[in-house]
Design a protein around this ligand. Sequence first.
Ligand SMILES: [Zn+2]
Ligand SMILES: [Zn+2]
Length: 175
Amino acid sequence: MLRVNLMDLDREGPVRMERDIAPDSPVWEDIEREFAGPVQLDLTISATATGQVLVQGTLDARLHRRCRRCLVDVVDEVHQELNLVWALRDDFPGGEDDEPEAEGVRTLDLTNNELDLGPALREELILAIQPYVVCTETCKGLCPVCGVNRNEETCDCTLEEPDPRWDVLRALKED
Ligand SMILES: [Zn+2]
Ligand SMILES: [Zn+2]
């Protein structure tokens, strides 16, 4: 599905690939996220004179998530610019012993004359997902005492607990 025929690429030049990849595609297997729609790919695939394969473009995904502060549902729009390089192992700058990952270069496997973009795109999506999201930067979150959503309601709770980190500073001052 996301395979590129390397012979065609060599013969016919750069290829544009615009694809919507469904959330249930095996490409996204084990990404434990709830997708709000297909993942949109807009890629240009080209081969260099030195035999490297370049993939440039964008990946856009929409995920159902929860605001970290107030827990409301949020659609997280993930946008990733892609600039991927594949090279034959012999062509890595340090020769065969060089670690491909260190250079951001992936190993080009010529078996079947095909390049499967799936695993790299999966990795790129995982890296692009932020560890948490908020509904708005100014989200006031939930009251830690009564649990109301403080964006919608105000409550009379008083937060007596001072931040324990200040205790350390206070102790230093008193010394
Ligand atoms: Zn929120
Ligand atoms: Zn409260």
